[in-house]
Design a protein around this ligand. Sequence first.
Ligand SMILES: C[S@@+](CC[C@H](N)C(=O)[O-])C[C@H]1O[C@@H](n2cnc3c(N)ncnc32)[C@H](O)[C@@H]1O
Length: 274
Amino acid sequence: MATIREARAAGRERAARGGVSARDADLLLADALGREPVWLLAHDTDQIDDKAARAFEGSLDRRIAGEPVQYIRGRCEFYGREFLVDSRVLIPRPETELLVERLVRIAPRGARVVDVGAGSGCIAITLAAERPDLRVMSVDLSLGALAVAHANATRLGVRVSFAGSDLLSACRGPFDIVVSNPPYVAEGERDRMQREVVAWEPHLALFAGDKGMSVIVRLLAEASHLVAPRGVVALEIGYDQAWLLAELASATDWRLEIHPDLAGIPRVALLQRE
Ligand SMILES: C[S@@+](CC[C@H](N)C(=O)[O-])C[C@H]1O[C@@H](n2cnc3c(N)ncnc32)[C@H](O)[C@@H]1O
C-alpha cells in the first residue's frame, strides 16, 4: 500500500503526462478518499487502501481521456452552491453567474419568472434560493436535463416547478421575467471550440444554427406574447452577438441593454418591451 503523498505524487505525474492539471488530479484523489483536497495535505503519511487507489486510477484514466472533471466528480459549484451534473446537462459556467446576479438585484418583488433551458437548473434554482419571493418555473426540451435539474432542486431544498417544453410552447404566462442561457454557438464555431466541450457536453445545449441566433430569435418571438407589460427578457449571449441582437431589437419594440462580463465581453442582454 502506498501513502497518500506517494499516490498524490504518482497521480500528478501521470496527469501531467496526460495533459491534465495537478489540481484535477488532487480533486480526483480527494474524491476517491471521500475527503476535501485540503485534507490530503494534513494526512500525507496515511495509507491509501486498494479500493480508493483503484477508484483514483479509474477517474484519472477518464480525465486523461478528456472527460471534464465536473462530469467525473458528478458535481460542480455555481453561485456558492453545489450542483449535480452529468453528461445530460451543460456544466454551469461562471459567466452565467453574472446573468443571475443581475436578476437577483433587479427582479421586482414576487415576480413571475420562467427560465428557458433548465440544464442543471442552476439559473432557476439559484434565483429561487436567493430570492424566495420569486415564483420560478423552468423548462427544457431535454427530459434528461429536467431529471438532473429536479434532483438539484430537491437536494438544495428549493421550490421551482419544472416542465418539458420546446422553448415557451408549453407555458401559459404572463411572466415578468423570461431568463435564458440558450444554446448560442454558431455551427461554424464547432472546429474552433475546445475539443473537450464538443466531445462531452450535450450539443442541444450548445449549437443554434448558422450564427448561433436561431434559438434566441425564436425565443424572443414567443416571449413577446407572454411577457407582462414592463417585463424583461434576460439572456446570456455569445461574444459576437450583441450587434445581431441590437439589429433584432431595433426591428421590433424591444429596448436593449447589454452588460459586459469581467473580461469586457458583451455577455448579458436585457430586453424590455417599449
Ligand atoms: C446552454 S444550456 C443552459 C443550461 C443552464 N441553464 C445553464 O445555464 O447552465 C441550454 C439548455 O437549453 C436546452 N434547450 C435547447 N433547445 C431547447 C428548446 N428548443 N426548448 C427548450 N430547451 C432547449 C438544452 O437542453 C440545454 O439544457
